[in-house]
Every structure is written in C-alpha cells, then in structure tokens.
Design a protein around this ligand. Structure first.
Ligand code: UD1
Ligand code: MG
Length: 474
C-alpha cells in the first residue's frame, strides 16, 4: 500500500534532513498547528516523518514553534531532534535558527522540506539528492508544474534554462519577471552545507511579507557563482503543499484514493470505492470485501474472507474472517472467523468475539470476551464480562457493571441461557448451564444447571380489567 511498500534505500550518513514545521498556518483558520491537521486519521507531520524514517539513516531535525507542545506530542513516536523557532519570521529564518544543530550533525549535504508537504515520497527525495550530488551542485530544488501557479513560488529560469531565482507569489510582477510561469517551487531542497554556510546569513526581509524567505537562497547562490540544480517533477499531486482547508481536503482525497486503489489492485473487493476511507496504517488481505461508505483507521487488520458492509466505522481492530454488518462501530476489538456483528452494533475497546459468536442489532459490548458460538442478538449491554461458549443472551439483557465508583466483572459460563430483559448486577457468576428467567434482576451467583428467577409473582384479578365496561363506540 501507499505508505507501506516504498522502503527507499537509506541514504548515506552524509545527508541530514530538516523539516520546517513552525509556521502558524494562518490560512488554515484553525488553532491547531498546521502540520498537525489530519489527512484521514494521521497528522500531516506523521506522513512526512514516516517517509523520512524510510529514507534517511540520521534522525530528522524538526523546526517547531507555533503549538510547540502539541508538535512534540505528534513527533513522540518518531526519533527526531526538535528545534524551537520562537518567532516565526519566515522559512529562511527557520533554517537560520536550526543552523547550529545542522553543523553539529557533521553532514556534507542537507535536505530541507516544508512540513506542509505530507505526501512527498522517498524516491523524490532521493532523486533530488542524487541529482545534486552527481552534478556536484551547491543547491538543488524540486519543482512541479501547475496550470495555475496560485500562491506558489515561481521558478524563474534564464534564457539558457538555468534557474535564476524563485519569486514568491506576492512579489511576482510580470513587468519585472516576465510572463507568469507554470513551474513552481515544491519546498523540497538539497544543499551542500559548506555552500549554504556562505549565503544563509545574507538573507533579508525586503519583500511583500517582510519575512526571511528560504527561497532567496536560490538567487543568492546564483549571485555567488554557485551551481543551482532544479529537478522538475512535472504534474505531481503528491508534491502539493497544504495551506488552506481546501488544499487539505484536496490532498486528503488524493491520498485516500491512492490507498483504496492500491488495495483494489491487490485483490480487495471494494465497492463504492469513492466513499471508502482507509487510513495509511491499515492492512487488508486480498479476498476480503468492503462496501462503502465506510471508515477504517488505525492499525486495523482485516484478513481474507472478512466482509465489511456499508456505514461502518472500524479503528485499531482485528477482523479475522468475520462479517461486520451495516452501521456498526468497532474500536480496539477482535472479531474471529464466522462471527457476525451488527447491524447497529457497537464494540468498544477490549471486546473479543470468538469464532461463530454473534452480536446483533443495538448491542453494545465493552471490555468483554464472548465465547465461541455465543449469541447476543438484540438490544443488550455487555460490559466487563467473560462469557463462555454456547451462551444465549436474551433481548434487553444488561450487565450492571458500574456502582458509581467502580467497575465489576460478570462471569457467564458455558451454555448459560439468559431470558429477555434481565439485569445482571455485577459482580456475579452464572455457572454452567444455568438459566435465568426473563425479567429477572440477578443479584447473586446462580449455581450450575439451576434456574435463577428474580421477579415479582404475577396476579390475575378477575373482572378487574378497565376495558370491561368500554362500549364498541368508545
Ligand atoms: C513555501 C515557499 C514557496 C513554495 C511553497 C511550496 C517560501 C518563502 N516559500 O511557500 O516558494 O512554492 O512553500 O509549498 O519558503 N515555517 C516555519 N517557520 C516560519 C515560517 C514557515 O517553520 O517562520 C514552515 C511552515 O510551518 C511550513 C513551511 O515552513 O511547513 C512552509 O511555510 P509556508 O508558510 O507554508 O510557505 P508557503 O507560503 O506555502
Ligand atoms: Mg505552504
């Protein structure tokens, strides 16, 4: 799948990598730092750091600033060196702030990426670095082609085809720079560190935004007689930056369709594929069937012969050959083979449905194991319960597992039969082959092969029905 296959040859320890992720992302109109906005179920930064892990042997340096604490949390599971940019004075300033860290790495080359370009792939980074190395260039950048260059930096070339400068959208003036171009800067750069050192601190903020632009390094390099190399990736959706909610949704749709099409190509039957959202860490075996709309996220695994019907939400779960019927919500649960869940079932964390078991409509199960062949077919709540094999749970059965302070366990042994509308007050044990009469409130253990009944006795009061005196016209 898209984020699983491309291993990328780890580059030599000669190259360090820096991610610029400190910007406020004002165009996103959200208090969340931009790089933490999600595509499917993962923050943009997750995609980038996953790619870098597969590409570099050194740990990435990440410039964080706005929302630093949350940034640290997001990087938590990755090995990174965080650098703090207190005031976000521009992409060039972010690079200056990181300079001491960069030097300490002892690298010959430095790859710099914008943190808001989450779908960049290892082979693109490698292509740029290899091009710069093989041509012995000082500075390299990856460009792409757009029909409308919009807010991107324009790549301006001289008559001989060499890159002269990158002009930011706000500073672009056709009278000075000539007709608008379709080649734009992707925000992926490679620098020879000894060359970068000579120009980095010459950056100024004499531009429309009064910021220190990293892109000014291109013209500074030219003016210093350095070699600038641009690799044009053409029309490449994965290189698009994400600055606005519209761009976020556009990129999310791109990665979503890549993932879904990849699974279809591998032999997963995905019906209504445009409505299926599968996260980048999900694993689905060929031979399983999924009908949209559905959402499947986290580290969910779905094995062959599983079927997921429409309108389901599944997260961090293992569907091992079971069937999940429409409108079911499943989180951190395991569903064995020949098992049916739903329609309208909710499996909360810690649920295990063993082979041949069944959780039907409007059944909620939490932190419970349901034994092989056991059935909870309608309108029940089963919490903190260990249920044996061949149990039948009648409609409306509730485990009363919470006393207001603590949770308590219910044990239901093999072949127990629970009549409808039963309340099982935990803790309690229903021993093997016991039967609970419908409508009971069970407060004590029920011994094996016994009938537990706890309801008031019925009285029939002869002639006392109020209907008795009603006339036909009433
Ligand atoms: C940038 C490029 C532009 C390119 C585009 C590609 C500059 C000046 N412009 O524009 O040429 O076409 O990316 O997507 O670089 N950041 C910091 N500290 C700061 C400011 C920004 O770390 O002080 C980070 C942001 O978090 C972001 C990245 O740098 O991840 C790029 O910044 P952004 O404001 O998105 O630049 P663009 O306007 O998209
Ligand atoms: Mg951007």
């Amino acid at each position: 799948m898209i984020f699983g296959d491309e291993t990328g040859l780890p580059l030599s320890s000669e190259a360090g990598v820096l991610v610029l992720a400190a910007g406020q992302g004002t165009r996103m109109h959200s208090p969340l730092p931009k790089v933490l906005q999600k595509l499917l179920d993962k923050p943009m930064l997750w995609y980038l750091l996953t790619t870098l892990k597969r590409t570099f042997s050194s740990r990435p340096m990440v410039v964080a600033g706005h929302g630093r604490k949350r940034g640290e949390e997001a990087c938590g599971s990755f090995e990174t060196d965080l650098i703090y940019q207190e005031r976000q004075l521009g992409t060039g300033h972010a690079l200056q702030v990181a300079w001491d860290h960069i030097i300490r790495g002892g690298f010959k080359w430095l790859v710099v990426l914008n943190g808001d370009t989450p779908l960049i792939r290892p082979h693109q980074i490698q292509a740029l670095l290899e091009s710069v190395r093989s041509k012995d260039a000082d500075v390299g950048l990856m460009s792409l082609e757009l029909d409308d260059p919009g807010s991107y930096g324009r790549v301006i070339r001289s008559a001989d085809g060499r890159v002269r400068e990158v002009v930011e959208a706000g500073d672009f003036d056709a009278r000075v720079h000539g007709p608008d171009v379709s080649e734009v800067n992707s925000g992926l750069y490679a620098f020879r560190i000894s060359s970068l050192e000579r120009i980095l601190f010459q950056l100024d903020s004499n531009n429309k935004q009064k910021e220190f632009y990293l892109t000014q390094l291109i013209s500074l390099a030219q003016q210093s007689g350095m070699t600038v190399e641009a690799v044009n990736a053409g029309r490449c959706s994965g290189l698009l930056g994400v600055n606005t909610p519209g761009e976020l949704i556009h990129q999310e749709e791109y990665v979503r369709s890549c993932i879904v099409n990849d699974f279809i190509g591998q032999g997963v039957f995905i019906r209504s594929p445009d409505t299926v959202r599968i996260g980048p860490e999900v694993f689905i075996e060929p031979g399983s069937e999924i009908t949209g709309p559905v959402e499947i996220y986290g580290k969910t695994r779905i094995t062959s012969l599983s079927r997921i019907f429409s309108h389901c939400y599944i997260e961090d779960s293992f569907i091992d050959g079971g069937q999940v019927f429409c409108f079911s919500h499943i989180v951190e649960s395991v569903i064995d083979s020949d098992t049916g869940v739903g329609p309208y079932a909710r499996l909360r964390p810690g649920t295990r449905m063993r082979k041949g078991s069944r959780a039907g409509n409007f059944v909620e199960i939490k932190n419970s194991s349901v034994g092989a062949g056991s059935k909870i077919n309608h309108l029940s709540y089963i919490g903190d319960t260990s249920m044996g094999e061949g149990v039948n749970v009648g409609a409306g059965t509730i485990t009363c597992n919470y006393d207001g302070r603590e949770k308590h366990e219910t044990i239901i042994e093999n072949k127990v039969f629970i009549g409808s509308n039963t309340a099982l007050i935990a803790p309690g044990v229903l021993q093997e082959k016991s039967m609970i009469a419908a409508g009971s409130v069970i407060t004590r253990d029920v011994p094996g092969e016994s009938l537990g009944i706890a309801r008031s006795r019925q009285k029939n009061l002869e002639g006392r029905s109020p209907l008795k005196n009603f006339k036909k016209s009433d």
